[in-house]
Design a protein around this ligand. Structure first.
Ligand SMILES: Nc1ncnc2c1ncn2[C@@H]1O[C@H](COP(=O)(O)OP(=O)(O)OP(=O)(O)O)[C@@H](O)[C@H]1O
Ligand SMILES: [Mg+2]
Length: 236
């Protein structure tokens, strides 16, 4: 009996959560890429210290978690795209990420988890400027909630997309748990070296020749070239 249940659970949960890391210099096209990637997603929660996403089509911005969560509850079935504006002077982005991820795991996605993923309740957590929220510093176990969420992502139905200018500035727990990476134009040699260490030095010429909005995709050990659609007119 137990075997039957776990088999059924495994079938329902066969979807693997997506964890995307998007890296590149200022203006290289990371946010544009993420905007294209989430355009057709039903439920998106965005953490954005720049306030850039508040102007994106389909997004509603909030200054407090409480208001954002109540909007999410009201629009659960229809879907929602919400931005939590992060005032860096008043808010500690690291503490905020821990709070939001904890809320996602224990409250927002509880139904998904309790139904073993049977319901169409997936969400995407989008973290622009990831280095502000998860810097490459020593973390206490209690601060590792994003890692826990990513390790168990498919049980909670949460995809995590993160972007940062410099890969070296972001905590290893994100880099080590990402399923796919997108490398845009890199301005710093230290970042190029780190990336080539991961994807192979034979890709150096391709990495060096990237123009804005062009990237190298690294997934399951395979490198492919790609570029943003940049359909700016349609979006605004
Ligand atoms: N709506 C738009 N219309 C026209 N051009 C745009 C638009 N959005 C972005 N661009 C152009 O694309 C470039 C890259 O933008 P994007 O915001 O994706 O870069 P980024 O990698 O996220 O940069 P940053 O690290 O500074 O956030 C911008 O410098 C701008 O020239
Ligand atoms: Mg950006």
């Amino acid at each position: 009996m137990r075997h039957k249940i776990s088999q059924k659970k495994a079938e329902i949960m066969k979807k693997v959560a997506e964890h995307l890391g998007v890296w590149g210099g200022s203006g290289s096209g990371k946010s544009t890429f993420l905007k294209e990637k989430i355009a057709k997603r039903k439920r998106v929660i965005c953490l954005d210290p720049m306030g850039d996403w508040a102007f994106e089509k389909g997004f509603r911005s909030f200054k407090t978690k409480a208001r954002m969560y109540s909007y999410m509850r009201e629009n659960w079935h229809k879907g929602y795209k919400v931005v939590l504006l992060v005032d860096e002077v008043k808010t500690d982005p690291q503490a905020l990420l821990i709070e939001v991820v904890t809320d996602i795991m224990y409250t927002i996605q509880k139904n998904y988890k309790d139904s073993n993923g049977a319901k169409d309740y997936e969400i995407t957590l989008l973290i622009d400027e990831l280095a502000d929220f998860l810097p490459n510093i020593t973390l206490k176990p209690s601060q590792m909630v994003l890692k826990r969420l990513m390790n168990k992502g498919r049980h909670y139905g949460v995809d995590v997309f993160g972007a940062s200018q410099r890969i070296a500035d972001v905590h290893l727990s994100f880099r080590a748990n990402s399923t796919e990476n997108f490398f845009f134009r890199q301005d710093e040699d230290v970042d190029r070296k780190r990336i080539l260490g991961a994807i192979g030095r034979e890709h150096r010429a391709d990495l060096m020749s990237l123009g804005d909005h062009e990237y190298l995709n690294f997934k399951k050990g395979v490198v492919t070239k790609g570029k943003n659609k940049c359909n700016f007119k349609r979006r605004r």
